[in-house]
Design a binder for this molecule. Structure first.
Ligand code: GRF
Length: 221
């Protein structure tokens, strides 16, 4: 029996290229999922326009400062309740969600982070990787827990760092892989290959103890 499409809510703060990559995979039938809503904590960002141009409902829930996190999260919950998503996808979403919010959606929030976690949590990951003289870098898709960039890893992309790299060239190389690995993980969930049980991810019936790593070093860019 075929499965119902996975219903997704995507949270963004800016450009929305990961959101658009996921939306394209859905539209082209390569991903058995549907984006029900795109929500941004910043009004007027490009990702909202991109979503609307693709026929996806998109709204801003303006962030009013950390002291108002509770108000923000109540508005977020209200918008999510309209859609009842199976999965919340953080795609360039720059706010930290409260432990309460995360706990109430345990196993149903994914994030993508531009580094080979656990290396380089937080900001400016490409610059820091270059400064440290890393030979390889990448991106990580992980389940979200209360620990910032610390939830269980699912899939990582690995790219080479080249001697001529700038922050921009390295960022572009990593982002290209993000657009491949994020839809892939969502596809695993949609197919039921990836599940969340006993507070941890399982892939193909086994606890996922280490992330799957996809090596993009053969790509010439
Ligand atoms: C991505 O590089 C992602 O890893 C990070 O923020 C960036 C968002 O880009 N969390 P976009 O908004 O999806 O284009």
């Amino acid at each position: 029996m075929s499965r119902a499409p996975l219903k997704i809510a995507v949270l963004i703060s800016g450009h929305g290229s990961n959101m658009a990559a996921i939306a394209r995979e859905c539209r082209e039938g390569r991903l058995n999922a549907r984006i029900g809503i795109v929500l941004s904590d910043r009004p007027g960002v490009a990702g909202l326009d991109t979503a609307r141009a693709m026929g996806i409902e998109a709204r801003a829930i303006p962030w009013q400062g950390a002291a108002q996190r509770g108000v923000f999260e109540r508005s977020l919950e209200a918008a999510l309740a309209e859609v009842k998503p199976d999965l919340i996808v953080l795609a360039g979403f720059m706010r930290i969600l409260s432990p309460q919010f995360v706990a109430s959606h345990a196993g149903r929030i994914l994030n993508i982070h531009p580094s080979l976690l656990p290396k380089y949590t937080g900001l400016h990951t490409h610059r820091r990787a270059l400064e440290a003289g890393e030979r390889e870098h990448g991106a990580s898709v992980h389940f979200v827990t209360a620990e910032l960039d610390g939830g269980p890893l699912v899939l990582q992309s690995r790219v080479p760092v080249r001697s001529e790299d700038t922050e921009q060239s390295l960022s572009a190389r990593v982002q290209k892989t993000e657009h491949i690995i994020y839809p892939r993980v969502i596809g695993w969930l949609a197919e039921g290959r990836l599940t969340w049980r006993q507070d941890r991810p399982w892939l193909d019936g086994h606890p996922l103890l280490d992330p799957v790593v996809e090596d993009f070093s053969a790509d010439r860019n």
